[in-house]
Design a protein around this ligand. Structure first.
Ligand code: SMO
Length: 793
């Protein structure tokens, strides 16, 4: 099965339907008698609602119903509608739990960001619902708004919640402050840096959508929706928001056009359409338009950071100290508080053996859209701090940035290596990865290219960033101790059909990752079956076993391992059946290439023959074995996985326009075992474009009143194909030491390593002019302003 097994660049099965327009996305689904919902959203960033008059809107054509926040809490309701729960509890330095204000489905007397939902109109058509919403009169009493985390924590300013004094959600820390302070006191050199990690809008190609359906005869609910984790969303809606028996709710996430973490969170509309469907006795559909995505999808990053690195005279890192303000927006997203804490602070060791690290993070509420997980989720923010600091330290100490990195890498013989910020790296070879990238980038030839560019009037710079990420969060017990309100295992059910075909039901979810192909390769490889004998099913709680879905680059390492474990059970049972069929001892049966064979003989039964015997048990050890050959496995990893790599960016700056263009981009990644190199390359390309997008193009701007200035593609610069050049990508594989596939994950690397590589290159190009600081994105305007500051007059 070499051509379809592990390591084969199999073309994606799912692409036939995607590329021929035959995918089924939530908005492609229409249920009989369905109504359309439209949300009236706040035009103000912060206001009290003194009254809502829906009378005129109710009389508008096609309107079936209008509900406001008060209706969700009405005294005559048997079950009041709850707020959206948060999946992670962060504990502050002083031991107190984070502030956890309610996030209602519809505003309860107050709005806290532009786009906050105030009322829902349900009508026969979307146009009618939208038109009627215009007729709702809301009496807003405007309040002053606050948009920056640094402003929000100033005393005496606007306050979002009475239950969160100072707009503070948590004040968290990690690491040994005393050891860090002592190391700084004896340092030969200290490098200091203030950084802004710019806020992003994730903008998946497919907007969020939800269809709620309720069967009044059975009491069953169905939700079709854009979700990365259908079982998690079912649990949250059933247990916390609507208080339904969990088994009465089926959540179907059909084809999903990009998740990026944004669709891992639960949103108001997903619960609301179910409540509406039951209330109105008809299915209710809602699909976001692009403006709603900008206003109400969870946004990303938005850190203000002060970072310091202490070094000895040889450039050995002694300690790192980091203080970050993390803007959480107006409400807590499902995983929001975990992102700037456990997903960020724990990654500040980077690829380095820094002996002492201390990080403090304040999570702050502001009158902006909620901020939550987005591709990389905390790790890009950490990598950006580390790699910008290291580069600046190299420049200040006049040490070659490559040499400084090498001097401080975790040594190859140090694994498993426990960092001062709670993680244990299991495997890696950062030296070889760096060397591969340097070689492929022709690092040695750069000076010549710089001079050649200078002759053309261009400023050319080169920048390096190494990265490490902690993927596939684990283990569940540890996560629970750290405040997680979820498990981190994954499930797989493998159904063997009597004629030898396989259907895999996986708890992981594919929203662009290509699981239907990669997981089928795992089966083809392990069971020796033809590729088209294998079907992968995901995304439907009515079919799949309970699973955690897809995030944190986990699907292969965790979901794939669950699948391997289920197949191991099948092979073990198959051996018992084959031993009976072949009249041999079980211990003598070997399974390879799809055949159960008696060792050292040519007596064998194919997988299909054994499967048939399992379901038509005429020649079967029925006294000792149950018929059937289906197996299910759950896998809870014992550690995170640690993909790592090195990116080298080369850019040119046009001094007249300030425009930064990519000249070269080279990467060397260690993703552990790679199942499908073509899919991995696609994942790296996509993440690199998002990472380079953050560094050069994308940013989210609110004005001081909390109005979103970058609320459309006219103002928010999405990277485009013509901004890019072909990437040169290498892989250096060290296997994950604790899962049987040796897989580490590949989905987020590019968003983590690319931003600092690009910014280090931009600052390298500007260094000869004395420019030492620049924040992302390095837009032409910012570059020109920086150049102008250096040339007074
Ligand atoms: S940002 Mo992700 O789905 O861990």
């Amino acid at each position: 099965m070499g051509s379809f097994g592990i390591g084969a660049a199999v073309r994606r099965k799912e692409d036939l339907r995607f590329l021929t327009g035959k995918g089924t996305y939530t908005d492609d689904i229409n249920r009989p008698g369905q109504l359309q919902a439209h949300l009236l959203r706040s035009p103000h960033a912060h206001a009290e609602i003194a009254g809502i008059d829906t009378a005129r809107a109710m009389a508008a054509p096609g309107v079936a119903a209008i509900f406001t926040g008060a209706d969700l809490q009405a005294p005559d309701l048997k079950v009041k509608v709850g707020g959206l729960p948060c999946g992670w509890l962060i504990t502050s330095k002083d031991g107190s739990p984070m502030a956890e204000p309610m996030r209602p489905l519809l505003a309860q007397g107050k709005v806290r960001h532009v786009g906050d939902p105030v009322a829902v109109v349900v009508a026969e058509t979307r146009a009618e619902a939208e038109a009627a919403a215009e007729l709702i009169a809301v009496d807003y009493r405007e309040l002053p708004a606050v948009v920056g985390a640094d402003q929000a924590i100033k005393p005496g300013g606007p306050l979002l919640f009475d239950t969160a004094p100072g707009n503070l959600c948590f004040d968290w820390h990690l690491g040994d402050k005393t050891a860090v302070d002592a190391a700084f006191a004896r340092a030969h050199h200290v490098t200091r840096l203030d950084l802004v990690n710019n806020r992003l809008v994730s903008n998946p190609m497919e907007p969020r959508a939800a269809i709620g359906e309720h069967d009044s005869a059975t009491g069953d609910y169905t939700l079709y929706t854009t979700s990365q984790a259908p079982h998690v969303h079912r649990l949250l809606i059933a247990a916390f928001v609507l208080q339904l028996p969990e088994h009465k709710l089926r959540v179907v996430a059909p084809d999903v056009g990009g998740g990026f973490g944004t669709k891992g969170s639960l949103y108001n509309e997903q619960a609301l359409v179910l409540w509406l469907a039951a209330k109105l006795g008809r299915p209710v559909k809602w699909t976001a338009d692009r403006s709603e995505i900008f206003l109400t999808d969870n946004q990303a990053r938005d850190h203000l950071t002060q970072a310091e690195l202490a070094l000895d005279a040889d450039g050995k890192f002694l300690a790192m100290r980091v203080a970050t303000l993390a803007n959480l927006g107006a409400y807590l997203g499902s995983f929001a508080p975990a992102i700037p804490t456990w997903c960020y602070g724990t990654l500040l060791a980077g690829n380095y053996a820094t002996p002492a690290i201390y990080v403090e993070v304040k999570g702050v509420f502001t009158n902006t859209a909620p901020v939550d997980a987005y591709r990389g989720a905390g790790r890009p923010e950490a990598c950006y701090v580390v790699e910008r600091l290291v580069d600046r330290a190299a420049r200040e100490m006049k040490i070659d940035p490559v040499a400084l990195r090498r001097r401080n890498f975790v040594a190859n013989d140090a694994f498993p290596y426990t960092t001062p910020v709670a993680l244990t790296y299991d495997s890696g070879d950062y030296f070889k990865t760096l060397d591969m990238a340097l070689q492929a980038a022709d690092y040695a030839g750069f000076e010549q290219r710089r001079q050649e560019a200078a002759a053309r009037g261009k400023l050319r710079g080169i920048g390096i960033a190494t990265y490490i990420e902690a993927c596939a969060m684990a283990p569940s017990v540890m996560a629970g101790q750290l405040g997680a309100r979820a498990g981190f295992y994954e499930s797989a059910e493998v159904r063997v059909h009597p004629t030898g075909g396989i259907t895999v039901f996986t708890g992981a979810h594919s929203h662009g990752q290509g699981h239907e192909t990669t997981f089928a390769q795992l089966v083809s490889d392990r069971l020796g079956l033809a590729f088209d004998q294998v079907e992968i099913v995901h995304g439907d709680t009515g079919r799949i076993p309970f699973g955690m879905g897809t995030y944190a680059s986990r699907s292969l390492a965790v979901g794939g391992t669950a699948l391997v474990k289920a197949m191991d059970k099948i092979v073990n049972k198959g051996k018992k059946i084959a031993a009976h069929m072949l009249e041999a001892a079980e211990a003598d049966i070997e399974f390879a290439d799809g055949k159960f064979a008696v060792a050292g003989t040519d007596r064998a039964a194919t997988f299909a023959q054994v499967a048939f015997s399992a379901y038509v048990p005429h020649n079967f050890p029925i006294e000792t074995l149950e018929p059937g050959l289906d197996e299910t496995a759950f896998y809870d990893p014992t550690n995170f996985t640690y993909p790592a790599g090195c990116y080298i960016a080369e850019i040119e700056i046009d001094r007249e326009t300030g425009a930064v263009t990519l000249a070269r981009f080279t990467g060397a990644d260690d993703f552990g075992r790679i199942v499908n190199p073509m899919i991995v390359e696609g994942q790296v390309h996509g993440a690199l474009v998002q990472g380079i997008g953050q560094a050069l193009y994308e940013t989210t701007i609110y004005d001081t009143n909390g109005q979103l200035v970058t609320g459309s593609f006219m103002d928010y610069c999405m990277p485009r194909a013509d901004n890019f050049i072909p990437f040169t990508l290498e892989t250096n594989t060290t296997l994950c030491a604790h899962n049987p596939l040796g897989a580490k994950g590949c989905g987020e690397a590019g968003t983590i390593g690319a931003p600092p590589a690009i910014m280090n290159a931009v600052l390298d190009a500007l260094a000869p002019l004395g420019i030492t600081a620049l924040d992302m994105p390095a837009t032409p305007e910012r570059v020109l302003r920086a150049l102008a500051r250096q040339q007074p007059g």
